[in-house]
Structure formats: structure tokens, C-alpha cells
Design a protein around this ligand. Sequence first.
Ligand code: SAH
Ligand code: SF4
Length: 339
Amino acid sequence: MDLIYDLTYSELEEYIVSKGYPKYRAEQVWRWVYQQKIDAFSEMNNVPQDLIEILSKDFSFDSMEMVIKNVSADGTIKFLYDLKDANLIETVLMKHNYGMSACVTTQVGCNIGCSFCASGVLKKKRDLTAGEIVAQIIKTEKDSGVRISSIVVMGIGEPFDNYKNLIKFLEIVNHPKGLAIGARHITVSTSGLVPKIKEFAHFGMQVNLAISLHAPNNEIRSKLMKINDRFKVEEVVDAIKYYISVTNRRVTIEYIMINEVNDSEETALELAQLLKGMNVYVNLIPYNKVKEAPYERSTLERREAFFNVLKKHKITAVLRREQGHDINAACGQLRSQNL
Ligand code: SAH
Ligand code: SF4
């Protein structure tokens, strides 16, 4: 059975009208689901009983069960969820000075196969439905008692490899009559699926886009990311330029710093040249060691030297601290099983 969270607002409207009820019933139902965050249709005390019965036959609220909740010293919380088909996914809640943000999973496993990432070790088993991605927001809010004000689509999986459901998810969580999470408070991260970056340029919502570049040339990038055999650095950069020209929005470049692999000053110079003049911002992320990969985190000294080269060449960059490392909830440490 579909989850009620699988429907966009207009799909819910269509459904309600198709059952012979006026459109305003859709707004009532939507508010119950996303503002009151009900667990059963029977809680809707201003909706006709026969409509409640119809909805209950077609849709469910039962998305996943929490298996483990792990709280980190810095306040980051990692949830392991058991889906209805027994696949496991993870959702992470992070505390910021501007509020709580959720990091959501889009797929069970990932097929992109980056050599540094724990999520990519298991082949993709399946895409999550839009409702399963939405449900992570509702569930983690309920399971933690906090209100989520921003979302990063950076959990397990490649969001642009589940494009249709990603778009539905974004429309659902952004809807002003529901969760109303502002587009500017949502960031989608991709490993660089070029055709989808171009398609996303025309999506029309002011969502932030982050690209996992991790190297300024094909030699290094191909070693780190299998996807680089399909979409070369130059193609990814062209797609970013296209995206910026259409949307006029600044793009985040994600760059994980791996010791002696992509973190030399020469590599920094190459990156600066590659990104020169582009409306981008480089996020330098300390690599988180995972047991599946042979890499080490760059030393602070090397990270700072890299940062300084970018700065000298007028590339906007930030040296990021990490979050949730002690509970394996940091970037790239999420797995589709509880290891
Ligand atoms: N599949 C998407 C989004 C999920 S990964 C993507 O790759 O962009 C989210 C971010 O975590 C990516 O930038 C990814 O490169 C990074 N990441 C993966 N493994 C990591 C690790 N071990 N340490 C630090 N960052 C990592
Ligand atoms: Fe997939 Fe992103 Fe991990 Fe690469 S970094 S394997 S694209 S989740």
C-alpha cells in the first residue's frame, strides 16, 4: 500500500476529487498529515467518516520502524530505520545554531561506487519512494521531539539516480500548507550526474545544489569516483556553469580532503584554475575514515595549506569541521546495514 506521504498536494487533490469530494477536503487532510502529524486518518475530526474510510483503504502511515537511536557527544543523532521490506536506512539529525537539520537517505545502497564512501560499498537494492524520504522527516521529528528547519539530501544514495522521487519529495516538504521547509533551507548533493544537473537547473525551486567534485582532474577523480568514467571533470564543470547560468544561484563544490591523494598545493592550484570566475563556494570537508577504504584524513596542516592556495586565488572556500564522527553519522559513514 502507498504511504500517504507519497502524494504531492496536487495528487492528493486529484485523488480526493476523483472520489467525489470537494477540493478543500484535500487541504484539510494535508494539514492533518503535515501540521498535526497524525498517525491515523481516524484522528481527522473535521473530515467525513466515509472519506476517512476511503483514505484508510488506499493509504498508510506505516513507513518504517526505528531500530536504533544513537546520540553523539556533539548532539548529532543517528537513526537506523527498518523499512517495510526489511531494508535498513539511516537518517541523521544535526544541531546548528540556526536550528535542526536532517540528513536524509534516498536509496538503499548506492550504485555510484565511490571508493572512499561506506554507502557505496553495497550495490543499490532499490530506490526509496518519495513518501519514504518524507517519512524520515516526520519520523525523526517525532522520535526526537525537535522541529526540523532544514534538510540536506546527503544520506545514503545518489539523489539524482532517484530523480522523480527526489522532485516529489522536495515539492512535498516545501509545500506552504504542510511542513513548509523553505527551498533555501534545502540542499541536494550529487556525485555529478551531468544530464540531471542540467534538468535540475529548470526545476524552478530555489533549492541549493552541492556537487561532490573531490578532484580537479580526471586522473585523481577517476581513482576516487567510478562515475568519472561516465562524466568527466570538464563535463561536470560545464554542467555546473549551465546550472548557474540558468538559475543564477551559487553552487557548492564539495571536496573531501584525503591525505596525499587530492590535497597537495599543486592540486589546490589546479582546482583554483578550474573554478576561476565561477559563482561557486568550496566546502573543504575532512575525510572520515571508513573501514572499507584505504584512505586517511589530510593533516590539518595540509588542509590549511590547500585552503590558503584557494584563498590566494580568490576562490571562496571554507574549512569545515565535522559532525557526528563518534557515532559514524558523518558524511560517507552511513551504511544500509547496521555494521
Ligand atoms: N551521493 C551524493 C550524496 C550523498 S554523499 C553525493 O555523493 O554527493 C554526501 C557527501 O558525503 C558527498 O559529498 C560525499 O562525497 C561525502 N562523503 C562520502 N564519503 C565520505 C567520507 N568517508 N568522508 C567524508 N565525506 C564523505
Ligand atoms: Fe554514492 Fe555519494 Fe557515497 Fe558516492 S559518495 S558512493 S555517490 S553516496
